[in-house]
Design a protein around this ligand. Sequence first.
Ligand code: ZN
Ligand code: CA
Length: 413
Amino acid sequence: MHKLFIVFLFLIPFVSFSQHTKRCGTYEYWEMMKQQDPSLAIGEERINREANEWMVAHRNERGQSSVITIPVVVHVLYHTDAENISDAQIQSQIDVLNQDFARLNQDTILTPFVWRTTAANTGLQFCLTSVTPDTAPSTGIERRYTSNESWSNFNEMKSFSTGGLDVWNRDRFMNIWVGNLDGGVLGLTQMPGGSPLTDGMCISYKAFGKIGDLDPQYNLGRSATHETGHWLGLYHIWGDDGGACSGTDYLNDTPNQADNTFNCPPFPQTDECSPAYPGIMFMNYMDYSDDACMNIFTNDQSSKMHAILNTTRVSILNNVASCNGSIAVSLPIKLFPNPVTDEILIHTYFNIPASIDFSLKDLYGREIMHKAKSLSSYEKVPFDVRHISSGVYVVSVTSNNYTITEKVIIAHR
Ligand code: ZN
Ligand code: CA
């Protein structure tokens, strides 16, 4: 924890960008973090492998069956009045996310016909959280004046001690910091698997929401749509390979694409990676086209985001209650399988040392089994239930004063 803190907050994050507008700094920011801490790259491979396994196992689920609402906190850091954006501007950003992720955006008509069936309603929604991490009522917005005219060390935005605002528990909230980003950067995100202290995205006040004083090319709230895609594990559609055809976003239904797209080209556009019609999907949210010219997440992108929400970010699934005023459990823990035959597998996604308390009770509340276990980090912890008779039980897993409770069926073969 302390080592990570030092590395993340003080050694790295000076990503230097040229002064013209930079749509997204996620790739450079994340590459720099991985150079400083090679364990992040190993973690990223594991995260993508687990996400792929989930996608294979849930091939026919696209997430539309039930809506998942993700609690959001917006930390506003302002030096000028213009940077102290209004509540209405912030709400307009949440509205955009909810339209784009549900494919209720008004510009779906601009998606080329050939890709209409590839376009996804992701089933994901967003709310400004109605409670703080301490369970006090909240608007989901907090503000702080900063003496910084702009931010070049983006992680400094994420800590009160460096003039920013501290992260709210990333196991429960999607954190967004809004401020004046240096180098013309509109947004950047820490990909899944990074430090809990810096988890979330930074977005320029000039590209946040769809009302207020906004950059005319980026005034429809699509920067946050794009960055939320990163936060849920999506990569740039062209594979960040500097214009080659060798890079990938690891998904099948997005065409191979040489480089990023700027401005607003007419359809179709072909390149050396996708030389034939329909060419490249430059209107995808994970490209760099103008806000007015992006309008689609694909089914595979939706599936990948659900995979991340069911693995690395599973604690968010356990906290949707923060959207309606109550506080729910928020442990990065999942129980497999259910029904269970021989052993219950507790899949944990802590990336710091933690301990869990496992308890199995019958339906009368009598404790049948109780075990404690210390974890170094990501682990799959088995609990043998072969000696317990078949039936319905209640399993509780407790860590850091949070408890997850789930009904489990034990059905011996
Ligand atoms: Zn990006
Ligand atoms: Ca490429």
